[in-house]
Design a protein around this ligand. Sequence first.
Ligand code: ATP
Length: 366
Amino acid sequence: MEKKSVSVTLEHVTKRFKDVKGKSDVIAVNDSHFVIEPGELVTLLGPSGCGKTTTLRMIAGFELPTEGKIYIGNEEVTMLPPNKRDTATMFQSYGLFPHMTVFDNVAYGLKLRKIPHEDIVKRVNETLALVGLSDYGDRAPSKLSGGQQQRVALARSLIVTPSVLLLDEPLSNLDALLREQMRVEIRKIQKELGITAVYVTHDRVEAMSLSDRVVVMKDGFIRQIGSPIDIYENPNSRFVAGFVGKAAFFPVRVKKQEANLWTCQLGEKEVVVERATTDVEVGTEAVLMARPESLRVTEKGKGKIEGKVRMNVYLGNSMEAFINTSFGEVLVQIDDPHAKKVFEEGEEVSIDFTPDRVRLLNENEA
Ligand code: ATP
């Protein structure tokens, strides 16, 4: 199944739909412009209706862009039908043929291409082995678990050796444990084959754990593209920060900048921050973003933000403390609840952080 990896390029792609009455336009995808590198797995992540599926469908050829161009490798495919593109799409519903065996379901794409029988048998067996279903060729799909059916669907997409694999929320019908297993499996197979993959999801954990890079979308716009670490540690806006993980946001006034140190007024206190988006300016209001694991609970008066413990939630390997402050409720993660002093519910405390663990965001970039 060896094949050369290819890139996927979207060049200023916009998709407009007419609304139900055929009057005003819905801009489902607005000027999307990015390159997926050969062999990369990129997820499109964002809330419902942000344009993820439409983007994927345009790469697959099920929708045509209103404006812009799409390339697979060096070939422009913008207006080509799906079967003329070197892509395979795997959908949320498995779409297996119930009256055919697993073997025939997987063989289907090859039979359509009139490939000799012995070659079909060889390739189906190889592909079933790849997805861990070697012993299941004779079964009917209805006699398989959800996870196994999903593997058959994956085998069916892979058997045609596409250069680009497109996955539209493929795991959303599975329970949590199976999702996790299949996620690992898909990633392993994708890497083994060196296939370029685009994966649509609204589940941040899925996106973070699977991807080389994540494209975060909102209202048809791309809001940020980056590695999972990058979008988590260095979000460019409040929206991205909140969508990819838990975060507290504090209003501050930026007073001074020296090298990469920003001095800000946070309530009564002056605090120093080491990281900021490029659009933060001295003399303006900004937002200080802090992840729960970047904050620490300490004795009253000893930190930067005063508060009172509302609730401690014990999670086994960590604990979450919900602290009421004048800025609203703040979540602090306590990594080892056994090793440290735990502040009791109702106790007055202070929240502290170091300059390198928090980030300044532009207030206007919602
Ligand atoms: P979800 O996670 O709910 O599937 P999504 O991010 O994949 O959402 P899309 O399905 O791409 O979003 O839809 C983007 C926008 O385009 C939405 O406002 C949607 O209602 C609209 N839209 C999608 N397909 C059509 C269509 N065929 N006709 C009209 N509007 C459409």
